[in-house]
Design a protein around this ligand. Structure first.
Ligand code: FAD
Ligand code: NAP
Length: 338
């Protein structure tokens, strides 16, 4: 069941050429426990892998990559809505379409986000003003040190903006095996993001109220027009988190850059990192194998299938330039391994 020296290039959306010293594809809880036993016996570091769309491989991984491939998707009517139960290896976008095509609302703004269910809680995936936590019910995860199965409620997960307990206190402690969502029958559309609003104004003919599937199709069309498809142009989506700053920084920047794109956020200000990078002149930039996408400066691309060092080198130079020009710190969103 455990393979050695496995090529990870097809398994990360940046298409970085790197190897796993050991690799296990797990389809059941039993497989997972055996893989963990192998890692424990060899004192190996572990990399739980889903779709590989939010990682940067900076070199070969010296431990055990555990590719979560458990399948299973169930829908159940419960009081007030529908309970969705999905195994970690199910494709996220597939789940979204499965629900909206049955008239169920809640996930439509999250259409076309790459990756698998098991990774969705890690950064509380979000897009167009909706986050996983808005529909989250609970999850099941295996505790890596003991192999025990634990349950996490939404409160336990400590969801924040592109954040959860699995990036904080519980980092590297759990492998998520199943996620349950609650899709409320009291659904309302969230179409306030300008790109979505604009698209729907142009394309929705006013024939009755908007449905979840129509919104999912709109989100899909907008994303296809703006974001590079990793299968064509390797990338990991937004490379940096949107920085959140206080009033003082916001007013300093707004005075110097009146067009600054910023949004009130939990008593502070969320700056559009893509706008900062674009203003600094990086959009469309190319260097050897890597570059910055020409339609969205927040996305670093790897069309030449360059190394992790090339990708992180470019990210470092961009972050340094943004610090120099705006006095703002950019933090990468994907996790670097090893
Ligand atoms: P991976 O990249 O495989 O893993 C990501 C992290 O989670 C790693 O640290 C990994 O070890 C850990 N992990 C994975 N599975 C498990 C598990 N079962 N248990 C424990 N840990 C696990 N993100 C958004 O939030 N919103 C977006 O709109 C969005 N758009 C994107 C668009 C593009 C084109 C791309 C390439 C990425 C985008 N992303 C977006 C980022 C990414 O798709 C999400 O973060 C997604 O949830 C990652 O899923 P994955 O299965 O590929 O995770
Ligand atoms: P966009 O719609 O051009 O918006 C640019 C930025 O402004 C985004 O960062 C967004 O913040 C913010 N924003 C826009 N309207 C807002 C509003 N009404 N209230 C609060 N904030 C607002 O962004 P985009 O790049 O095309 O992406 C569209 C959506 O998909 C965004 O939500 C983005 O986060 C998500 N996305 C994420 C990734 C990823 O890898 N994480 C990749 C692609 C797209 P938020 O980012 O906080 O939403």
């Amino acid at each position: 069941m455990i393979e050695s020296n496995v090529d990870l290039q097809p398994l990360n959306t940046l298409a970085i050429d790197a190897c796993a010293a050991h690799f296990a594809r797990v389809e059941t809880l039993e497989d997972l426990r055996e893989a963990l036993h192998f890692a424990r016996a060899g004192k190996l570091p572990i990399l739980p892998l889903g779709g590989g769309s939010n990682i940067v491989l900076t070199g070969n991984f010296p431990g055990l990559v555990i590719h979560l491939d458990m399948r299973g998707l169930e829908l159940e009517e419960v009081a007030g809505g529908t309970r969705v139960s999905a195994a970690a290896g199910e494709n996220w976008h597939g789940l979204v379409m499965h629900t909206v095509e049955r008239g169920l609302g809640g996930l439509e703004n999250l259409a076309l986000i790459p990756g698998r269910i098991g990774a969705a809680p890690i950064q509380n995936i979000g897009a167009y003003g909706v986050e996983l936590r808005d529909s989250f019910y609970d999850l099941q995860a295996v505790h890596i040190p003991t192999g025990e199965l634990h349950e996490f409620t939404a409160v336990d997960c400590q969801f924040g903006y592109r954040d959860s307990v699995f990036k904080g206190r519980a980092r590297d402690q759990y492998i998520i095996t199943r996620v349950r969502l609650h899709l409320s029958e009291e659904w309302s559309a969230h179409t306030e993001y300008p790109a979505l609003k604009h698209y729907l104004d142009e394309h929705h003919e006013g024939a009755g109220p908007l449905t979840p599937v129509e919104i999912a199709h709109a989100v899909t069309a907008i994303r296809n027009s703006k974001l590079p498809d990793p299968a064509q142009i390797p990338n990991a989506g937004s490379f940096f988190k949107n920085p959140v700053v206080g009033d003082e920084d916001y007013h300093r920047l707004k005075a110097a850059f009146p067009d600054l794109v910023a949004f009130p956020f939990e008593g502070r200000w969320k700056l559009a990192a893509g706008w900062l990078i674009d203003q600094a002149g990086w959009r469309g930039y190319r260097r050897d194998s890597v570059g910055v996408h020409d339609r969205q400066a927040l996305v670093l691309v790897n069309p030449g299938r360059g190394s992790g060092a090339e990708v992180t080198g470019l990210a470092f130079d961009i972050a340094t330039d943004i610090r120099d020009k705006f006095g703002v710190e950019l933090e990468p969103e994907p996790r670097y391994y090893p």
